[in-house]
Design a protein around this ligand. Structure first.
Ligand SMILES: Cc1cc2nc3c(=O)[nH]c(=O)nc-3n(C[C@H](O)[C@H](O)[C@H](O)COP(=O)(O)OP(=O)(O)OC[C@H]3O[C@@H](n4cnc5c(N)ncnc54)[C@H](O)[C@@H]3O)c2cc1C
Length: 256
C-alpha cells in the first residue's frame, strides 16, 4: 500500500469525480489498462479497496476518474484536496501497445483506461480513432476529454441532443465500419458495461480483428488472493482472474 494525496478534485454533478493524486512510484510505472485498489487512509469504510483504472500520468502524479455507484465511491466522492488515500498498484495486465492502427470504443466511465491508452498512441504516433458513447446529456461532458487527441474521434448519446449522433456507441461504430476495409495489424480496444462488450464481440464487421476488452468485474483484493473476480475461459479450461490475468483480455479468449 502506498500513500497518495489528493492534489486536485473535479466534479461533474454528483455522479462523476476526477482526482489528481500525488504518488511518484505509481506515476512512474503505470501502463495503459492497469488499475489501482483504493482505500481511504485510516478508515475501515469501505473495508475492501475499490479498483479504479489509471486515466493519465503527469510528472509525479496520476489521475483517476470514477462514477459514484454505491457506498465506496460515494465515500470517495466526499473526500477533498489534501485528504490521503491508501493505494495499491499499479496492478494487472494492461493493453497491448503496438498495433499498426487502433480503434477505441468506450462506454461511459469506460473511457478511463482508454484515455490513457489513446495518450500513449498519440505520444507514439500510432493512428487511432476513438468512439465514445454516453447514456444522457449529463454524461456528455466526457466528450470533452477527447479534445485532447488530435486523431479522429466520434461520440454518441442515447438521449437526443442537437448535432450529436443519437444511439449507442455500437451503432455509431457499426455505421462507421460500413464499407471500410481495416488494414492488417488493426486492433480494437474497448471498455464499458458488460453487455456493450458482449455485443461488440459479436459485431460482424470486426470479425477476425483482435479485440482487447478491459473488464470491470467485482474484485476483493486486486492481486489474485481472494479469487472473487473469476471469469470463465472460452476453451472450457477453467477461469481467469481479472485482477492478475487481466483486467485486459483478448475477447476471443473469454466465454461470453
Ligand atoms: C479493473 C477495474 C477498473 C475499474 N475502473 C473504474 C474506473 O476507472 N472508474 C469507475 O468509475 N469505475 C471503475 N471500476 C468499477 C468500480 O470498481 C466500481 O464501480 C466500484 O468498485 C463500486 O464500488 P461501490 O462501493 O461504490 O459500489 P458497491 O456498493 O459495491 O455497488 C454499487 C452498485 O454498483 C454495482 N457494481 C459494483 N461494482 C461493480 C462492478 N465492478 N461492475 C458492475 N457493477 C458493479 C453493484 O451491483 C451495485 O448495484 C473498475 C473496476 C475494475 C475491476
Amino acid at each position: 500500500m502506498r500513500e497518495a494525496i489528493i492534489e486536485e478534485k473535479k466534479c461533474w454533478g454528483e455522479r462523476f469525480v476526477q482526482w489528481r493524486l500525488q504518488e511518484e512510484e505509481i506515476a512512474r510505472c503505470a501502463q495503459p489498462g492497469q488499475f489501482v485498489m483504493v482505500r481511504v487512509q485510516n478508515s475501515f469504510d469501505p473495508l475492501l479497496g475499490r479498483p479504479l483504472a489509471i486515466m493519465k500520468v503527469e510528472g509525479n502524479s496520476f489521475y483517476l476518474f470514477f462514477e459514484v455507484v454505491g457506498r465506496g465511491t460515494k465515500i470517495f466522492s466526499s473526500l477533498n484536496v489534501g485528504n490521503r488515500l491508501e493505494v495499491l498498484g499499479p496492478l494487472g495486465r494492461g493493453f497491448s501497445l503496438s498495433p499498426s492502427q487502433a480503434l477505441i470504443v468506450g462506454g461511459g466511465r469506460g473511457i478511463t483506461p482508454l484515455y490513457f491508452l489513446a495518450s500513449h498512441f498519440k505520444e507514439n504516433k500510432i493512428p487511432f480513432t476513438f468512439f465514445l458513447g454516453v447514456k444522457n446529456k449529463e454524461e456528455l461532458f466526457m466528450a470533452d476529454f477527447l479534445q485532447d487527441f488530435s486523431g479522429n474521434h466520434f461520440w454518441s448519446c442515447e438521449e437526443p441532443v442537437e448535432e450529436v449522433f443519437c444511439g449507442t456507441v455500437l451503432s455509431l461504430f457499426h455505421d462507421w465500419l460500413e464499407d471500410r476495409t481495416l488494414p492488417s495489424g488493426t486492433r480494437v480496444y474497448a471498455c464499458g458495461p458488460e453487455g456493450m462488450l458482449r455485443n461488440l464481440y459479436q459485431e460482424e464487421r470486426i470479425s477476425g480483428v483482435p479485440l482487447e476488452v478491459s473488464l470491470e468485474t467485482f474484485m476483493g483484493c486486486g492481486f489474485g488472493a481472494c479469487m472473487s473476480c473469476a471469469v470463465e475461459k472460452r476453451n472450457g479450461d477453467g477461469y481467469f482472474h481479472v485482477c492478475k490475468d487481466g483486467p485486459v483480455f483478448l475477447a476471443q479468449e473469454l466465454k461470453w
